[in-house]
Design a binder for this molecule. Structure first.
Ligand code: TXA
Ligand code: MG
Length: 337
């Protein structure tokens, strides 16, 4: 199958892709976080196609994307109080909410769980596509399972070109990291995956917000998807934590022809294997560059990678989380060196 990239700002292209989704097919589309691989969430067979194209483990549930807050009620068993507060403040946006599911949601979407993940994306093309298709759209990030998420249409083409008919090109994703996954099905809201919306932003409208234990560990994940090695470039990656001057020094002394580094632009040196990802104090720039930078490093063909970890305030929490997941258990702390 030839995969065609379509301009997402053209209404006829949105209509074309909505038709594919209605007929049980798959299309990739832009969101403000990362590109998604969409299917009709209420069509079991279409959803199975997502798992096949991504090579995704069957026990990893999908997020359902809606175009309006009103689309949520039919998909959930009950609407928690926290939902109204959060959705009115942060939707559309990078926040996925976990609630108890209704009978309407197929088990294949939720991987057999009795909860469902729902979000309303902010990108106008995503909203237009869901509206035109007239059904909620299940969509994971449009990368093969385990690889960095796509933040450009070209990334999707490189990853799964030939396996889907169309990619809607809506430009570079603004946020560059996936949505924050927040479980509001229990007593206290709990972050299962840090992402584009920060813990502080959630706390500002909710009383208490926990961070699930499993978020930082590869061994004991809360969100099924967080247990796999993720966001991983081809070569093994070591995440280096500490102040940026120390981590830069640690990495620079280890650089060679076969070793690459992901560094902040204000600490990077000129070297063919150094790839920059934003200023050390600019989490917004780091987030929007991270996945593209990991892909650039893949092109270098090195056998070892080091990455400077950001400070973990605000969006830095989610950025560090992705780099640590890419590193598996290979993390060094320069403060202890
Ligand atoms: O920003 C995003 O969230 C992007 C765009 C395309 O919307 N989507 C995305 O989907 O990142 P995916 O499939 O790559 O990640 C979904 C995450 C996984 O970690 C999955 O385990 C978790 O959400 N998840 C989905 N349903 C869940 C549930 N019922 N309970 C707990 N975790 C759930
Ligand atoms: Mg993903």
């Amino acid at each position: 199958m030839e995969t065609i990239i379509l301009d997402a700002s053209q209404t006829e292209n949105i209509e074309l892709c909505a038709g594919i989704l209605r007929d049980g097919g798959l299309v990739a589309f832009p969101t403000e976080t990362v590109y998604g691989l969409g299917a009709d969430a209420l069509d079991e067979k279409a959803v199975a196609g997502i798992f096949a194209v991504k090579g995704r483990p069957q026990d990893n549930p999908l997020i359902i994307h809606v175009a309006s807050i009103d689309d949520v009620a039919p998909l959930v068993a009950n609407v928690p109080d926290a939902f109204q507060i959060l959705a009115s403040k942060y939707w559309p946006g990078p926040l996925t909410l976990i609630m108890r599911k209704s009978y309407k949601v197929p088990d294949s979407v939720t991987a057999g769980l009795d909860t469902v993940a729902i979000r309303m994306p902010e990108h106008p093309a995503a909203l237009a596509l869901i509206r035109a298709c007239g059904t909620p759209v299940a969509a994971p990030s449009a990368n093969p399972s385990g690889k960095p998420s796509p933040t450009k249409a070209q990334h999707v083409l490189n990853d799964i070109g030939g396996r889907i008919p169309y990619i809607l090109d809506g430009g570079d994703c603004r946020v560059g990291l996936e949505s924050t996954v927040l479980d509001i099905s229990g007593e206290t809201p709990k972050i299962l995956r840090p992402g584009g919306l920060t813990h502080d932003e959630l706390k500002s409208v909710l009383g208490g917000v926990d961070v699930a234990d499993g978020v930082e560990s590869v061994e004991k994940p809360m969100s099924p998807g967080m247990k796999y090695r993720h966001y991983a470039p081809k070569a093994p990656l070591t995440a280096v934590s500490g102040s940026p001057d120390k981590t830069a020094e640690y990495i620079i002394t280890r650089l060679n022809i076969d070793t690459a580094a992901l560094m902040f632009e204000d600490f990077a040196i000129t070297h063919p294997n150094v790839v920059q990802y934003g200023h050390s104090e600019d989490h917004t720039a780091q987030a929007s560059r991270l996945f593209d930078a990991l892909r650039e490093i893949d092109q270098l063909g090195v056998s070892k990678i080091y990455a400077q970890l950001p400070q973990e305030d605000g969006l830095g929490h989610a950025i560090a989380n992705r780099i640590k997941k890419a590193a598996g258990s290979s993390i060094v702390d320069c403060n202890e060196e």
